[in-house]
Design a protein around this ligand. Structure first.
Ligand code: 5AD
Ligand code: SF4
Length: 440
């Protein structure tokens, strides 16, 4: 029965890509994926540790599925990913229903861990690797629209942002062999996919060297874009300290490299950026944004912001607001600082901003961003954009939905167009989350 596996994924896009690697490894070992948790003999929860509430959500989920195990003792439950790596054996003490704990670099070992669990033993592998990139594994696409897909190009992270748990749970940075990346993207294109998002914690520092031949990120991006003009390429995430003019120029030169850059600022205050160990200043960040706008006039820029980091004053908070206003971000992910055990911030600084203040500041940046996002969408009204159709609109099958190169969702009345096709849509209206228009 454990041969029927159900995978549930939490956290970032990288985790989504990892679940597809897990599915591929298991399939090659005779497992079969199921869509309903009640049909599964093996349940894998691919977890996230980025903030405390991400972990709490997973504990609650484990409680909620514990009845399955009470009903059938033979069901095997495994925790994979970042939280498995962070807590290691401690997971087993906290939650008795868990049988397997597998960190992000141990997925090749999963079939073995499952057999061990089947004999009634708890199975743990949380070793991190300096080499593992799962380069040779063709991910099994789970639950996709058949048009857009992720391709992981590197693993781990060498930056030491003071707040961040990622380097501890995903290990050191390593880049995947470009040939295998190209091969995966080509296969996606031949099976009908029309967009790939290249994923890494810090794509700008992608570098792979083989037989004296070294490939950096702009080159890799160009090669993937060269597969076919009908294949769009996106990437995430860029680091403001590393994003180069070379990369910006590469994006500007290719129609099918999407005009959208996710460039997490985190804070607009130089004092806080220093404490966060982000290795850039507000002025540097602004220079990068100006450079992007100079080379790519129609580029959208999104960001991540954290409120209430250790010692953040009202003045620091105002600096974040003013940076956001200046940059006019098209979109942002915004969070309250959440102290993560073991990180530099947790060891060196006190998490001294009361939660009410963190929350109030978060609300302020959210309302500002709502205003900025609305401005960004209003500016699109009347313009015509090339849209890659991803499927029916969620609301009605009389409408199709897709995204612009700038990563904005566009909904329009369906005629004979199909998903995977490009259409030019003239924008007529905008709502809070989407643009609507008609095919021209
Ligand atoms: N607390 C709050 N937000 C965090 N992020 C990363 N670590 C933390 C933390 N400890 C945010 C950052 C990052 C995004 C993925 O999550 O903004 O860019
Ligand atoms: Fe992704 Fe970070 Fe969460 Fe891990 S901890 S799943 S890398 S967001």
């Amino acid at each position: 029965m454990t041969k029927k596996v159900y995978i549930e994924t939490y956290g970032c896009q990288m985790n989504v890509a990892d679940s597809e690697v897990i599915a591929s490894i298991l399939k090659a070992n005779g497992f079969e994926m199921v869509d309903n948790i009640n049909d599964a003999g093996l349940i894998l929860i691919n977890t996230c540790s980025i903030r405390e509430n991400a972990e709490q959500r997973i504990w609650r989920r484990l409680k909620a599925i514990s009845h399955l195990k009470r009903k059938n003792r033979n069901i095997v439950i495994g925790l994979t990913g970042c939280m498995a790596e962070r807590l290691k054996e401690k997971v087993l003490e906290e939650e008795r229903i868990v049988d397997i704990v597998a960190g992000p670099d141990s997925y090749r070992d999963l079939p073995l861990l499952v057999s061990e669990a089947e004999t009634g033993h708890k199975a743990v592998n949380v070793l991190l690797s300096h080499e593992e990139t799962y380069a040779d594994i063709s991910p099994v696409r789970l639950d996709r629209n058949g048009v857009t897909s992720f391709v992981s190009i590197m693993r781990g992270c060498n930056n030491m942002c003071a707040y961040c748990v990622v380097p501890y749970v995903r290990g050191a940075e390593r880049s995947r062999d470009p040939e295998t990346i190209l091969h995966e993207a080509e296969e996606l294109f031949s099976s009908g996919y029309r967009e790939v998002t290249l994923l890494g914690q810090n794509v700008d520092s992608y570098r792979h060297t083989k037989n004296g031949l070294s490939t950096g990120f702009p080159e890799l991006l160009e090669k993937v874009a060269g597969i076919n003009p009908l294949m769009r390429v996106r990437f995430s995430t860029s680091h403001p300290k590393d994003i180069s003019d070379d990369l910006i120029k590469t994006i500007s030169k290719h129609h099918n490299i999407c005009k959208h850059i996710h460039l997490p600022a985190q804070s607009g205050s130089n004092r806080i950026l220093k404490l966060m160990n982000r290795e850039y200043t507000r002025e540097w960040y602004m220079d990068r944004v100006s450079r992007i706008r100079e080379y790519i006039s129609d580029c959208s820029i999104s960001t991540d912001m954290i409120t209430g980091f250790c010692t953040e004053t009202e003045e620091d908070h105002q600096a974040s607001l003013s940076l956001m206003e200046w940059a006019g971000f098209d979109f942002a992910y915004m969070f309250m600082y959440s102290e993560r055990p073991g990180t530099r911030a947790s060891r060196k600084y006190s998490d001294n901003i009361p939660v009410e203040i963190k929350a109030r500041r978060l609300n302020e940046i959210i309302s500002l961003q709502n205003k900025l996002s609305a401005i960004s969408k209003k500016n699109d009204v009347g313009k015509t954009f090339e849209v890659l159709i991803e499927g029916y609109s969620k609301r009605s099958s009389g409408y199709l939905s897709g995204r612009t190169s700038q990563n904005k969702v566009v909904v329009f009345p369906r005629r004979e167009e199909k998903k995977g096709e490009y259409v030019n849509v003239q924008i007529e209206k905008c709502t809070s989350a989407t643009l609507t228009g008609k095919v021209v």
